[in-house]
Design a protein around this ligand. Structure first.
Ligand SMILES: NC(=O)c1ccc[n+]([C@@H]2O[C@H](COP(=O)([O-])OP(=O)(O)OC[C@H]3O[C@@H](n4cnc5c(N)ncnc54)[C@H](OP(=O)(O)O)[C@@H]3O)[C@@H](O)[C@H]2O)c1
Length: 211
């Protein structure tokens, strides 16, 4: 599959490595331009290119957005129509500045991203796993229920299924927390599943207990 990755930091670069190793094609961008990603592109090999963000979005059937949430309004909002968008972002007010609607739990950062990107098929995923765990804990040899869980939330079931397939390709198990609003709330920083090292089997129990 062709995957665009916007953000080449802890999550973006490690996701790129995992997707390429699983046989996918990646186009990755950051805010400073592809010339600053030459070393990463070289390391990733023939199935990856460093590009600007417009090109990364255009390239991907699926686009992973992995930038500080507070910068989401810099994204090329009118390029996302029909794209499956994986949102790994978290809201950290001390980094991102305060958003009253998030401080009041009226909405989630993923819903705000979705409102900003008309036509994007948003799936919140990769936001609950620490990048060092993303780097090391995938194991495609394990049966699904024994794999490390990566939680997903979204309103588009086909998009979620495709993202769950990508998560399985890199050795993790997707665990669905529900619609973007409810699931998104349960995947936020501070919740019982956030940065919690759970297998898919354990994750289902934690969710059933009312996470
Ligand atoms: N670190 C974790 O373990 C972890 C785990 C789960 C979720 N998250 C969340 O995932 C997101 C990314 O985290 P991270 O730790 O990977 O961040 P990071 O290491 O600071 O990397 C951020 C990346 O985003 C790029 N970027 C910033 N603004 C951009 C823009 N307008 N257009 C394109 N690229 C832009 C940066 O490019 P430049 O360097 O060129 O500015 C950089 O490559 C955050 O929302 C974070 O809260 C992080």
């Amino acid at each position: 599959m062709k995957i665009g990755i916007v953000g080449a930091g802890h999550i973006g670069a490690n996701a790129a490595r995992l997707f390429v190793n699983a046989g996918h094609q990646v186009a990755i961008s950051n805010s400073r331009g592809p010339q600053t990603l030459a070393e990463l592109a070289e390391e990733l090999g023939d199935n990856a290119i460093a590009v600007n963000t417009d090109a990364a979005v255009h390239f991907g059937d699926v686009v992973l957005i992995s930038i500080p949430f507070g910068r989401y309004r810099e994204l090329p909002w009118n390029h996302f129509d029909g794209k499956i968008v994986i949102d790994s972002n978290n809201y950290y007010p001390e980094r991102d500045g305060h958003y009253p609607e998030l401080d009041d739990n009226k909405t989630t950062s993923s819903e705000m991203l979705g409102e900003f990107l008309p036509g994007a098929r948003i799936v919140k995923a990769f936001n609950t796993i620490w990048f060092e765990h993303l780097k090391t804990q995938g194991n495609a040899e394990l049966p699904m229920e024994q794999r490390r869980a990566i939680f997903i939330a979204g309103d588009d079931s086909e998009a979620k299924e495709i993202v769950a397939g990508l998560i399985a390709d890199i050795g993790f198990a997707a665990v669905d927390t529900g619609f973007l609003h409810e699931g998104g709330m349960s995947q936020q920083p501070g919740t019982p599943i956030y940065n919690n090292d759970l297998t898919a089997r354990e994750a289902s129990r934690v969710l059933a207990a009312g996470a």
